[in-house]
Design a protein. Structure first.
Length: 169
């Protein structure tokens, strides 16, 4: 004989048998579907197509892998990070590119002319590479411009400052 509080409950209906067979739950989840016991003791479930969980790294993890295992890193003077959707987001500070980044138009200009600022071959112009890779030159006091200079836009100091400000803004 058992005490009332410790006696095993014997299911008396098909519904109760079903609930007992399914962990004591009337309704439960099976993958992405919901199942339940009917009053006749059978199990009915929704029939949604379940997408299996991803087996490999998610988009964020792939981004981290593709960027040296780092969630954030420096690119020139900017900081870049992997976003939750796997995209890369970077700050947009204006800075001088480092040698580790892809060649930009300013890099090509500097390489072509041996520096950021140079004198024309006749010495009558001081030229510089602008951030967008264009060449701007200031004509100095010379009687003529020699044939060895690169054809570029000649600007006064004020016009050069205005052009630089427009490019940098």
């Amino acid at each position: 004989m058992c005490a009332t509080t410790h006696c095993p409950v014997t299911p008396s209906t098909p519904f109760e048998v079903c609930v007992q067979k399914n962990g004591g739950q009337e309704i439960w989840k099976r993958d992405c579907n919901t199942c339940q016991c009917t009053s006749q003791g059978s199990v009915v479930c929704t029939a949604m197509h379940c997408t299996p969980p991803p087996t490999g790294p998610n988009a964020f993890e792939k981004c981290v892998q593709q960027n040296g295992g780092k969630q954030s890193w420096k690119r020139d003077c900017n900081v870049c990070s992997c976003l939750p959707d796997g995209a890369v987001g970077c700050t947009a500070l204006s800075c001088t590119p480092s040698t580790t980044t892809n060649v930009t138009s300013i890099d090509q200009c500097v390489k072509e002319h041996g520096g950021l600022v140079w004198k024309s071959t006749d010495g009558c112009q001081t030229c510089s590479c602008m951030p967008d890779g264009t060449k701007l030159c200031i004509k100095q006091n010379c009687t003529s411009i020699g044939s060895g200079t690169t054809r570029v836009q000649i600007l006064s100091v004020g016009a050069l400052a205005s052009a630089m400000a427009a490019i940098l803004l």
